[in-house]
Design a binder for this molecule. Structure first.
Ligand SMILES: Cc1cc2nc3c(=O)[nH]c(=O)nc-3n(C[C@H](O)[C@H](O)[C@H](O)COP(=O)(O)O)c2cc1C
Length: 363
């Protein structure tokens, strides 16, 4: 039987970055319903260094939901981990930031990018881009009561906003209140007419605007997000900067955030520690990553959890390899069943190995 060896398709120089917060590091984007604690545990097996994010949690859920373990509970091993908050009420944000710090989060991030109309009505998410003073006050309120970094994740604008100066003024307000870093999704959001999913694809990407923000605020850690699918692209933003059509080169940003690419192809993360953190440890193979999940899965099952609550985040582990589709399908069709245990994962992996063997044996 073949075992799966480590892949080293990239030959990039390791990038030196300091360790202040997620905006000057490599991070995995917050994704509602996706980056929950099980997903983060899995991602942490692949990279010891990347910053991981919680899903967005609203201040209302934390304060009135009467279930702090549900909204703030996380595995100690997922550090460095960022709690992303949704809200704009100063006292509530301050209270939740404090709770986040007490519950062991490494950083608090304010969501100013979610375009869903469910949150707009509560003054949460991207609609706040129209209220720069309020967002700056939110940062100040949180900074006043915690020692961990406070960052903001935002868009380049919303709706009819087409003016770089507006984005500049928005960031300037945050800087004045001592924001520790910004993560900018390099496209604007339409609050009416586009679904959240469409708002992640349809508005055009303006990477140049994010690099321009870095140029204007050289001391501020600035991370870029949106549409980045390969680590080589990340390297371009972090090392070479950006060359817009005007041909005036713009400086490199400090951080990079990837969302969907990591969720769909999680093994990308296995190269992050060497490429972005100068770590020399040997990359784990997919097989090693898989087996490192077994004790965690077994613990979860013993506690009454369901297998697919964890395996649904692992469907992309074999992406690009023979047997990847069989792995996905087998897990999707079996892991949700009553009583499904670790043997389901073993059987799915066996399909991958058999398929690899078949391809290898082909004349
Ligand atoms: C399923 C899903 C859920 C998301 N939930 C959040 C969220 O809770 N908070 C947030 O700031 N962004 C959220 N996003 C947006 C991502 O953080 C990211 O900004 C976006 O996907 C663009 O990055 P990407 O092209 O690397 O995926 C979500 C994206 C997806 C796909």
């Amino acid at each position: 039987m073949p075992t799966l060896s480590t892949e080293s398709t990239l030959n990039l120089n390791a990038i030196q970055v300091s360790k202040r917060n997620s905006a000057n590091q490599f991070s995995v984007a917050p994704m509602l319903d996706w980056t929950n604690r099980h997903c983060r545990y899995f991602h942490r097996q692949l990279s010891k260094q990347a910053w991981l994010y919680s899903e967005m949690v609203t201040t209302g859920a934390i304060i009135y939901g009467n279930n702090l373990p549900r909204f703030l509970g996380h595995d100690d091993s997922d550090a460095p981990v960022v709690l992303q908050l949704g809200g704009s009420k100063l006292e509530e944000l301050a209270q939740c930031a404090q709770l986040g710090e007490q519950w062991g989060y490494s950083e608090i991030n304010l969501n100013v990018g979610c375009p869903s109309d469910r949150v707009q009505n509560n003054m949460i998410g991207a609609c706040l881009m129209e209220h720069p003073k309020l967002v700056a006050d939110c940062v100040a309120a949180m900074k006043a009561c915690v020692d961990i970094p406070i960052t903001v994740k935002c868009r380049i604008g919303i709706d009819e906003q087409e003016d770089f100066d507006l984005l500049h003024a928005f960031i300037e307000g945050l800087v004045k209140e001592g924001v520790d870093g910004v993560i900018i999704h390099a496209r604007k959001a339409w609050l009416q007419g586009l679904s959240p999913k469409e708002n992640r694809d349809i508005p055009p990407l303006r990477y140049d605007w994010v690099h321009q923000i870095k140029q204007s605020f050289s001391e501020l850690p600035v991370a870029i997000n949106g549409g980045i699918t390969h680590l080589e692209q990340a390297r371009e933003h972090l090392i070479n900067g950006w060359l817009p059509e005007s041909k005036q080169p713009l400086p490199a940003v400090d951080g990079i955030m990837l969302g969907r690419a990591i969720y769909e192809r999680p093994y990308l993360l296995a190269e992050v520690d060497s490429l972005f953190y100068n770590e020399s440890q040997t990359m784990l193979s997919r097989e090693q990553v898989l087996y490192s999940m077994f004790p965690y899965i077994e613990q979860h099952l013993i506690g009454g959890g369901k297998l697919n609550q964890i395996t649904r985040h692992m469907l992309g582990l074999f992406h690009g390899l023979p047997g990847a589709r069989m792995w996905r399908r087998y897990l999707s069709e079996n892991a949700f069943k009553e009583g499904a245990g670790i043997e389901v994962v073993e059987a799915a992996y066996q399909l991958v190995l058999t398929e690899m063997q078949r391809i290898e044996d082909k004349p």
